[in-house]
Design a binder for this molecule. Structure first.
Ligand code: ADP
Length: 546
């Protein structure tokens, strides 16, 4: 027997119509690439998105066409989210930090009809035009006064398009499984692959992300997504803000500690989200101060492991709760969030920080397990490590335009991560499978070693890689950046690590660097470090390039 409830498709545009009707006067604040702060309200977002939807029709965009952006987090980028997806086309958010060859590859692969870009990225656009086989339309996301001089071909102006079009537009109804946006993996493991989200997956992901044990967002929050919209739709936070009616603060290109701190203070941000490298800059900026973010209640840290020391700094010094989260492009991206269960609240600080080093519990909708080499499920005992596989309505089932790739294995998506899960269901990533250190036939978790190293006050950040060893196959090598003013040396750090890990896990050597090589989403490129230091224990390092 079929239930008798309305069949109403879950569509991205409904987030905007809801926000306009119920939260019309809620603010959206953007730091523009022009340098100033721009403010308007959800009612303005809705009006201008409709104008842009009409402009897209005039430009010949049809349902299913791909429309790309090379843009920071800002109000115009947000408008495109609704104008493009809401009208049935597909928003392709390009990561501008990718190599130009990769950008050219994905523009061709996605067959983008139009590329909207922030002025910062004009050099990329100029270089890109020459490489593209077919001409595309380019739109500079600025007003006529800021239009750049360019000799390289026609260029449209965003604000001219807005001005020239009516704000009367009826968002079309469509199948909720229609594609809404496209995001390419950052290519740290091979050529970028396109993950094609649907309206349905986006709405379900927003519901899940807003939940109290997930990002915990409400109409009383002011959300600052530092994570860019080109990095998996800013983890869905702009959509969640519309769903719950939260104030939204969009930081543009200024992601340094000082600019972020300023924005958090002036806008009274309550929730922020970003990768650990961004928060390192923020914490360094306020170093020596306590309670530097009085309005901020919590910060979501993900994309790479959040160290216990980072969690402790936010919580002890600044009274900001840390929500450690795990996900990936193929998961829209949310998989797990580390929020406490009731019985953990009374634990002593150190034990609570140990819980927070875990990536957390799956949000409802995501199913996960760890499996052994033959795909057999492994126990949730907090110790056994296996390959993490997931499934759920916002997990990719295939890649865009890659009929030869079959990512699923018995209906599960293999994440490429190694993890353990404890009896409370808290998952902890121990490594990416390609980063795991194989020493004497056993595995060593690089993330566990990094966590311990970061507990030393002289360590600003730590990365551990497995490098070739003549006897043990691989041995851990620890690479560290020092905190400012620290004179920490190898012996002191190794003595500090002693006793906190199994003896044979202790790295054989430590190398101090000024900075680590970072990838397009702000993660440390361990493959680059392995290339350089792979022969370290044989006494041969490649010349330093980092
Ligand atoms: P890419 O795979 O191209 O780097 P993603 O942004 O999709 O792009 O990266 C997802 C991967 O990032 C995960 O598979 C995992 O290895 C890593 N990751 C994400 N969040 C965390 C976290 N909290 N702790 C450790 N690793 C994480």
């Amino acid at each position: 027997m079929i239930g008798l409830m309305m069949q109403q498709p879950l569509l991205v545009a409904s987030l905007l119509t809801h926000a306009e009707r119920h939260h019309a006067s809620q603010e959206i604040v953007s730091r523009r690439v022009e340098g100033d702060i721009h403010r308007y309200r959800f009612a303005d977002l809705a009006r201008r998105s409709r104008r842009m939807a009409n402009a897209l029709v005039t430009l010949g965009i049809r349902p299913g066409d791909r429309v790309a952006t090379l843009a920071w987090n800002g109000y115009r980028h947000l408008e495109l989210n609704f104008a493009v997806s809401g009208s049935g086309a597909v928003l392709h958010t390009i990561n501008p930090r990718l190599h130009l060859d990769q950008i050219a590859y994905i523009v061709e692969h996605a067959d983008d009809r139009i590329i909207f870009f922030d002025l910062t990225f004009l050099p990329i656009i100029d270089a890109l035009r020459a490489r593209l086989v077919e001409p595309r339309l380019f739109v500079a996301m600025c007003d006529p006064e800021h239009m750049p001089e360019t000799q390289d071909g026609p260029l449209l102006c965003y604000e001219d398009l807005i001005d020239a079009h009516s704000d009367r537009y009826d968002w079309p109804s469509m199948d909720e499984n229609t594609a809404s946006s496209l995001c390419y993996t950052s290519g740290t493991t091979g050529q970028p692959k396109g993950v094609l989200y649907s309206h349905r997956s986006t709405i379900l992901h927003s519901y899940a992300g807003a939940l109290p044990d997930a990002f915990n967002c409400s109409a009383r929050d002011t959300i600052l997504p530092v994570v860019p919209m080109f990095h998996v739709n800013a983890w869905g936070l702009p959509f969640i803000a519309c769903m719950v009616g939260a104030k939204l603060v969009l930081p543009g290109a200024a992601l340094d500690g000082k600019s972020l701190h300023e924005l958090i203070q002036t806008e009274q941000v309550t929730v922020s989200a970003g990768v650990p490298t961004i928060w390192q800059g923020l914490l360094a900026h306020v170093s020596g101060r306590n309670n530097a973010f009085p309005s901020m209640k919590r910060t979501i840290i993900g994309g790479a492991a959040c160290s216990t020391s980072m969690a402790a700094q936010f919580q002890k010094l600044h009274n900001v709760d840390v929500l450690h989260a795990w996900g990936m492009t193929e998961l829209s991206p949310l998989g797990t969030v580390c929020s406490f269960k009731a019985h953990q609240l009374a634990l002593p600080d150190d034990e609570r920080y140990a819980v927070q080093a875990k990536q957390g519990r799956m949000v409802y909708g995501i199913d996960m397990q760890i499996v052994g080499p033959n795909g057999q499920p492994l126990p949730w005992d907090g110790e056994t490590v296996g390959d993490l596989v997931v499934r759920g309505p916002w997990v990719a089932s295939a890649y865009f335009n890659e009929p030869g790739l079959q990512p699923l294995c018995d209906g599960w998506f293999p994440t490429g991560d190694m993890a353990r899960i404890d009896s409370d269901g808290f998952m902890q990533i121990t490594d990416r499978s390609k980063d795991v250190i194989k020493s004497g036939g056993e595995w060593i978790s690089s993330i566990d070693i990094e966590n311990i190293a970061c507990l030393h006050p002289g360590v600003s950040s730590a990365t551990c890689i497995g490098v070739h060893h003549p006897k043990w196959d691989e041995r851990p090598l620890l690479l560290v950046t020092r905190s400012s003013g620290s004179t920490l040396d190898k012996d002191e750090l190794l003595t500090f690590i002693e006793g906190k890990l199994a003896r044979w896990w202790k790295p054989d050597d430590v190398i101090f660097l000024d900075a680590f090589p970072l990838g397009a989403t702000g993660k440390v490129l361990k493959n680059k470090l392995r290339e350089q230091y792979g022969d370290h224990y044989a006494g041969r390092d490649a010349p330093r390039q980092v």
